[in-house]
Design a protein around this ligand. Structure first.
Ligand code: GLA
Length: 378
């Protein structure tokens, strides 16, 4: 029996938050926390999925009709975790790719719901697996887009392309400067002596999906309202900082704040990428802190716990920059910490968080890592 292995990483975003769905520029890195799938081919069009982390299993029929129903082979509604592999199978079939029958056992060490793209990693790992099993070709970018399509249209989360992109394209030791409009990217080396220290606030906001969609809607409204003054604009990507300052008073208060974050954040990423190329980690860190303040005050997606973690981190020796990472509404902060300072940094941060907030912060010390791959193993 043919056996396969597939793996895909989570990601951390260094800068460029809530700009991917505004056709902006993002700067994520894949991290060395991953989904791993071991699979064997089945002759019939069904998928028997064992999710080790949930101690659950589900059996799917691999036909569009059955997948459309979001039910297992016995007609029971799919548990949330199974929507991701099912969504990928559905997106592949809808796009005309064959989807092989399989039995797959998988596990992940990416914390769930923490803003590190655990769901994108599951999608990308399964898409890579089915590609390796089917032997068909697809560009890596199209693979990422297909997973985004699964998440948007099947799972029902209206995310942008950043997470799936990063999980597919990750390069060890590098951040990925991804232009979501041009769909091009450049790998930018991260300083070898700086670690990606990710601190999980442990807080999860239940209405995060609707708050995310509200932010998207505000950005679209800003474009509509600015278009009479800037004919032809398609997205906030088209609005320069100078134009925004001149025109901001035409926008309602909340929409103005949301749009200001996006317009300035895109400019910030441009500056930060230049700084990183010059190995100017001091400026890079300052831009991260500015990005956090903007997410806190203008985009309003931070929480008191994330603010505490960022403010505390920014005062620690050896920490170049800190900010919330991912959509916000809870989840994690990313801290760039000089290697020799990591140990006291982590100890002090955890102690302070416990003492002041009364919660335990899990901390993940990560390296920028390679993207998804899948292969036959026998
Ligand atoms: C989530 C989404 C991404 C992106 C970020 C915010 O991670 O999945 O597409 O919009 O939020 O930057």
């Amino acid at each position: 029996m043919e056996r396969f292995f597939a793996t895909a990483p989570g990601r951390v975003n260094l800068l460029g938050e809530h700009v991917d769905y505004n056709q902006g520029i993002v700067l994520p890195a894949a991290v060395d926390r991953r989904v791993k799938i071991h699979a064997r081919r089945l002759a019939e069009p069904r998928a028997l999925l064992h999710a080790l982390d949930f101690s659950q299993q589900v059996e799917l029929s691999l036909s569009l009709d059955a997948l459309n129903a979001r039910c297992d082979r016995e007609g029971n509604p799919l548990p949330a975790w199974a929507l991701y592999p099912a969504g990928v199978a559905w997106a592949l079939l809808r796009s005309g790719y064959p989807v092989e029958g399989l039995e797959a056992t998988y596990t992940s060490d990416i914390p769930i719901g923490a803003g590190l793209s655990s769901s994108a990693a599951v999608e990308v790992a399964f898409a890579s697996l089915w590609q390796a099993m089917g032997g068909w070709t697809i560009s890596r970018l199209d693979l990422a887009r297909l997973c985004q399509y699964a998440e948007n249209a099947y799972v029902g989360v209206n995310c942008g392309l950043m997470d799936q992109f990063a999980s597919v394209h990750g390069i060890a030791g590098h951040a990925l400067c991804f232009d979501v409009r041009a769909l091009t990217y450049e790998a930018v080396p991260l300083p070898g002596d700086v670690m990606l220290v990710i601190a999980d606030s442990g807080v999860r906001r239940s209405l995060a999906a609707s708050a995310y969609n509200e932010r998207r809607a505000a950005c679209e409204e800003a474009v509509e309202r600015l278009r009479p003054y800037l004919p032809g604009i398609q997205a906030l990507r088209d609005v320069r900082v100078e134009d925004f300052s001149r025109l901001a008073h035409f926008l309602p208060e909340v929409v103005r704040r949301r749009a200001q974050h996006v317009v300035e954040e895109i400019a910030r990423v441009e500056r930060a990428v230049e700084a990183l190329k010059r190995a100017d980690i001091v400026l890079f860190g300052q831009l991260m802190l500015q990005g956090h303040r903007s997410l806190r005050d203008l985009y309003e997606v931070s929480t008191p716990e994330l603010d505490f973690l960022v403010d505390f981190a920014a005062r620690q020796p050896g920490c170049w920059g800190a900010r919330l990472t991912g959509a916000g509404f809870g989840g994690c902060t990313i801290n760039l910490v000089q290697r020799e300072w990591v140990e006291p940094f982590v100890r002090n941060l955890k102690e302070a968080y416990q003492r002041e907030i009364g919660l335990t912060a899990e901390v993940y010390i990560c390296l920028a890592s390679v993207g998804a791959h899948a292969q036959r193993v026998n």
